[in-house]
Structures are given as C-alpha cells and as structure tokens.
Design a protein around this ligand. Structure first.
Ligand SMILES: N[C@H](CCC(=O)O)C(=O)O
Length: 264
C-alpha cells in the first residue's frame, strides 16, 4: 500500500523513532508532525495532551496515512486507547515496545523508567511491565529538564552532562540493571545517561522495538509501499522551522530535510 506512515511527537523526540524506521523500511514514505510550539507535553494535563494528540492525528488522517505512530510516551499514555479505537487505521504507541524490550533485557527484574512528569504520573510503564512479567519491580523517575535541553539543540557537551548527572542523582546506590528511555527525546542524551548509570546497566530505547513492530505489521498485512526507491521524509513543525531542520538534518544525517509549517 503506497500511502504514507504518519508519526507524531510534541517536538523533535520522535525523530529517534523516525531514524529507526528509515533504517529498517527505507521504502516507506514518512510524514512527521512535531508540535514544537506547544512542547513540552510532559507538564501538561492529560486532557490537554489528549486534545493536542487528536488534533495532530486528524491532520495526519487528512494526509491519507495508512498507519499512525505516536512517537511520544506522554501522548501514548493518554491518547493511544481512544485513537486506536476510533481511527480507521492502526495506531501504535511507544510504551509497550519499550516495556517489552526492558522485560527481555533485565536479569535482576529491577527496572528504572526515565520519563516526563506526565508519563511518570500515568503509571503506564508499571502497568505494561507488570502485564509482561509480574515479578519485575519498576521505579519511575521524572526528568523534566531533559526535553528543553534537546529542543534547544543543547544535548551535547558538558552542560548537558551535568544536567543528566543531577537528574539521575536519586538513583545512586540502587541495584537496577535496566533503564528505559521512557521519552523519545532521551535517546539524544543516551551517551550521558549511559556514562552516569554505568556500563553494567542496559539502557533501552523503544525506538528500535517500535520500528520492528511497524515492519511486522506491514509484513503481516502485506501493506508495504510497493513503489521502488528510498523515500525522503516530510516533516511538519508548529514552531521554529530552522531549529527543527538543524536537529533533523544532524540526527538523521540528511543533506536537506523538507520541513514545512503546520498550525492548529
Ligand atoms: N517526546 C515525548 C514528550 C516530551 C515532552 O513534550 O514533554 C515523550 O516521549 O514523552
């Protein structure tokens, strides 16, 4: 099926999912919406995040997508159920794939989830992990400083490292062996996070697992794009286009990212 795949996030975080899908399914046309003008979603109420997620999803529906990926944990936690019930195409979130990857990786069944305040308050990871393995203990930690660091393109260097160190200080001395990057912005800080938690800890991101789920779905339902050739993604942003373009080109190693404006 030659229709595009829609992907959404509050900002640039979902590009971590785009990167994996581009790698695994280069033939698919991706349309991405980053709601950078209203980012972060983390501190907002569930009602507001649900409303914004629906607005974007309806815009993507008008663009004739064959499938929707909510590449945002905060939005997945509050909007996946209603969207997957009511949209006329499959809707995938990022929480279950991340929980599954962590359940596979942990040996001592002690898992830490790093996420936005909204995701942590939702308890969505605790719920997903307990459904997969009732013996696992999950501790969730909100890291509200991380998303602004990534959105302002300051995710590399000393300052970012110090912010990560400060945010993860409550984990010192705890014996977890797996950390879930429970926000799609956090893989851009993965190097700092790995240094702080130590190399004995598995750091899992849901991006790879989500991309695998997309492929499995397209395989099973025979819905791959049949037009030959690699497709360049189309990006829409509600906020600064130059900032989005710079981050997308760097993170996805694109020479020219096609970034357009969208408003709600
Ligand atoms: N990237 C998003 C949201 C970050 C935010 O807007 O607070 C997530 O996975 O949760």
């Amino acid at each position: 099926m030659d229709r595009p795949i829609g992907i959404l996030d509050s900002g640039v975080g979902g590009l971590t999912v785009v990167k994996e899908i581009m790698h695994l399914l280069p033939n698919e046309q991706l349309i991405y919406v980053g709601d950078t003008a209203r980012c972060p979603y983390g501190p907002r109420s569930p009602q507001e995040v649900r409303k914004f997620t629906w607005q974007i999803s309806l815009a993507l529906q008008k663009m004739n997508v064959k499938m929707l990926i909510i590449a945002c944990n905060t939005a997945t936690a509050v909007a996946l159920n209603s969207l997957s019930r009511q949209m006329p195409f499959p809707v995938l979130g990022v929480i279950f794939p991340g929980a599954r990857a962590a359940s596979k990786a942990t040996r001592n069944h002690k898992v830490v989830v790093l996420g936005t305040s909204g995701t942590v308050k939702s308890g969505a990871y605790e719920y997903a992990i307990s459904a997969l393995s009732s013996s696992s203990q999950v501790e969730a930690l909100a890291c509200p400083t991380f998303v602004p660091l990534v959105e302002s393109n300051e995710y590399e260097g000393e300052f970012a490292h110090k912010m990560v160190q400060e945010a993860l200080a409550p984990l010192k001395g705890k014996d977890f062996d797996t950390v879930i990057l429970g926000c799609t912005h956090y893989p851009l800080l993965q190097g700092h996070i790995e240094e702080v938690v130590g190399e004995h800890v598995h750091v899992v991101s849901s991006a790879q697992e989500t991309a695998n789920d997309v492929k499995d779905y397209l395989d099973f339902h025979q819905q791959h794009n049949t037009k030959p050739g690699r497709k360049e993604p189309i990006f829409y942003a509600t906020g600064s286009i130059p900032m989005f373009k710079e981050i997308a080109e760097r993170w996805l190693a694109l020479e020219h990212a096609d970034v357009r404006r969208i408003q709600f």
